[in-house]
Design a protein around this ligand. Structure first.
Ligand code: ATP
Length: 443
C-alpha cells in the first residue's frame, strides 16, 4: 500500500519565500499582532486566508460527512474535565524531549537535532528531559484556589468521551464515525516553518468505530480514502506519499499508523496521521470513568468494545500545502505572471466580477451580475486599474474565473468568462452565466 518515493526531496527555500511573501502581500496570512512586533511563530489568517480555511474545512466536511451516511459531527469543548487527559495518557506521556544549549541558551527538541546546537554549534547541551506539550490554565477567578484545566492538544478525545451519547442519540452502530473540526493547542518547543508548526492550530479528525476483527480492513480503507482526497483537491502525485510507520515508531495506543506526507520545500512532512488506535481509548475511559463504553450487538447478543480508526488531519498545515502545491509562475502574452493554481473549490474566491471600466453606465449591469452570482459563489468585485492588471491580481490569488462586463454587454446582455489557468475567454449570455460556472466548478 505504501507509495514508493516518487522523487528525492530537493530543498526549495525560494518557493517557501515566494509563498510566504504572497500570503502577506495579498492578505492570506499575517504575522500575529504585527503592530506590536508580532509574537514568535504565531499568525493571523487574513481575509483571503480565512476564506481558504473555510473552503478546506468545507471540502473535508463534504467528503467525510455530507457524502456519507455513517459519520456524524460533534463540536466538543476545548476546556474539558482534566480527567480526560489523565485517562487518555496525555498528562503522563504527551511530551517531547527538551534540551537546552548551555552556550547560547536556545531550546531544542532532542529528537530533531544531533549532538550539536543548530544555532551556535556548541556540544554543551543539557540532558534531555520530558516536556509536556499541553497548555495549562486555571478555571475560576482566584488562581491559587482554581482548578487546573488544559487546552485540548487534539480534538480526538471529544469523540471518545461522547461515544455513548452519540451512539444512543443517533442510533448508529459500528462501523460508524464521529468527526470534529476545531482548534487544538500544543506548547511546541520548536514551532516554525511558517504555519507548518504553530502552537495554536486547527484539526480535522474522525474516529471510525468498527468491530474488532475489522480494524485492519478499515485502516487500509481510510488510508486510501484520505490519500485520494488530497489528490482530488489538486496535490500532484510527486508531492504526495503515504508512509507506513515502522513498529518502533508506533504510539503506545496504535497497532498500525501511516502518514500522508507532502513534499514541503525542506523535505517530506506529515499532513495527516491515520492510526488504528484499537480499543485503547474506549477502554482507558471506561476504566477511568467507571462507565462501560461498549456496543451491544443485538444480532449476536454480544457486548464488545469497538476499535477506532483515526484519520487526523491538520487544517492549517493542509492549507499551507495547498498553497505551496498551487504556486506557479508562467508567461502570458510575453509577460511573467504569478498564478495560484488552486482547486476551484479551495480558492478564496470562485469568481471575480470585473466591469471593463468604472464608468457609471456599466456599474448597474455589473452589480446586477455580481448579485446574481453572489447567491451561489464567493465573489470579488473589482473596478480599479486596467483590466489586464486586474486579471493578474486574480491569477495571483487563485480565482478560477473572471467575469468581465463590457460596453457590448449593455447591448447583447452577454459577458466574458476568463479561465485562470488557460486564460481562455468565452462569451456567455448573462442569464446563463451562473449555470455555466456551476457546471465548471462541479466538473
Ligand atoms: P508532528 O509529528 O508534525 O508533530 P503529530 O504526529 O504530533 O505531528 P498528530 O498528533 O497526528 O500530529 O496530529 C494530526 C495532524 O495535526 C498532523 O498531521 C498535523 O497536520 C496537525 N498538527 C499537529 N501538530 C501541529 C502543529 N503544531 N501545527 C500545525 N498543525 C499541527
Amino acid at each position: 500500500m505504501t507509495t514508493p518515493d516518487p522523487v528525492v526531496p530537493v530543498p526549495d527555500p525560494a518557493r517557501l519565500d515566494a509563498v510566504v511573501n504572497l500570503c502577506k502581500r495579498r492578505g492570506f496570512v499575517f504575522p500575529s499582532a504585527e503592530i506590536y512586533g508580532g509574537i514568535r511563530s504565531t499568525y493571523d489568517w487574513g481575509p483571503l486566508g480565512a476564506l481558504m480555511l473555510r473552503n478546506v474545512r468545507e471540502a473535508w466536511w463534504r467528503s467525510m460527512i455530507q457524502e456519507r451516511d455513517d459519520v456524524v459531527q460533534i463540536d466538543a469543548a476545548i476546556l474539558t474535565n482534566p480527567k480526560v487527559w489523565e485517562a487518555s495518557g496525555h498528562l503522563a506521556t504527551f511530551t517531547d524531549p527538551l534540551v537546552d544549549c548551555r552556550s547560547c541558551k536556545e531550546r531544542w527538541r532532542a529528537d530533531e537535532i544531533g549532538d550539536a546546537c543548530p544555532n551556535c554549534g556548541s556540544h554543551d547541551l543539557t540532558e534531555a528531559r520530558p516536556f509536556n506539550l499541553m497548555f495549562k490554565t486555571f478555571v475560576g477567578p482566584v488562581e491559587e484556589d482554581a482548578a487546573v484545566a488544559y487546552l485540548r492538544p487534539e480534538t480526538a478525545q471529544g469523540m471518545f468521551v461522547n461515544f455513548l451519547s452519540v451512539m444512543q442519540t443517533t442510533r448508529k452502530r459500528p462501523p460508524f464515525g464521529i468527526a470534529q473540526i476545531g482548534r487544538s493547542f500544543r506548547n511546541e518547543i520548536t514551532p516554525g516553518n511558517f504555519v507548518f508548526r504553530t502552537r495554536e492550530f486547527e484539526q480535522m479528525e474522525m474516529e471510525y468505530f468498527v468491530p474488532p476483527d475489522e480494524g485492519h480492513k478499515w485502516f487500509e480503507y481510510w488510508c486510501n480514502e484520505r490519500l485520494g482526497w488530497y489528490r482530488a483537491y489538486g496535490v500532484p502525485d510527486h508531492m504526495l506519499r503515504l508512509r507506513q510507520h515502522r513498529v518502533e515508531e508506533l504510539s503506545h495506543y496504535s497497532s498500525g499508523t501511516a502518514d500522508v506526507e507532502f513534499l514541503f520545500p525542506w523535505g517530506w512532512g506529515e499532513l495527516e496521521g491515520i492510526a488504528n488506535r484499537t480499543d485503547y481509548d474506549l477502554n482507558a475511559h471506561s476504566k477511568a470513568s467507571g462507565v462501560k463504553l461498549e456496543y451491544f450487538d443485538q444480532v449476536s447478543g454480544e457486548h464488545y468494545v469497538p476499535h477506532a480508526i483515526e484519520p487526523a488531519a491538520g487544517l492549517t498545515r493542509t492549507a499551507m500545502a495547498f498553497l505551496l502545491a498551487a504556486y506557479d509562475e508562467d508567461v502570458v502574452a510575453g509577460e511573467k505572471r504569478t498564478v495560484l493554481r488552486l482547486h476551484p473549490r479551495i480558492a478564496p474566491y470562485q469568481v471575480a466580477v470585473l466591469p471593463l471600466s468604472k464608468k457609471e453606465t456599466l456599474t448597474p449591469l455589473a452589480r446586477e451580475v455580481l448579485h446574481c452570482l453572489q447567491r451561489r459563489f464567493v465573489c470579488e468585485y473589482d473596478e480599479t486599474q486596467a483590466i489586464g492588471r486586474r486579471y493578474r491580481r486574480q491569477d495571483e490569488i487563485g480565482t478560477p474565473y473572471c467575469v468581465t462586463v463590457d460596453f457590448d454587454s449593455l447591448e447583447d446582455r452577454a459577458v466574458t468568462i476568463r479561465e485562470r489557468d488557460s486564460t481562455n475567454q468565452v462569451r456567455v449570455p448573462i442569464e446563463d452565466v451562473a449555470r455555466q460556472l456551476t457546471e465548471r466548478l462541479d466538473a
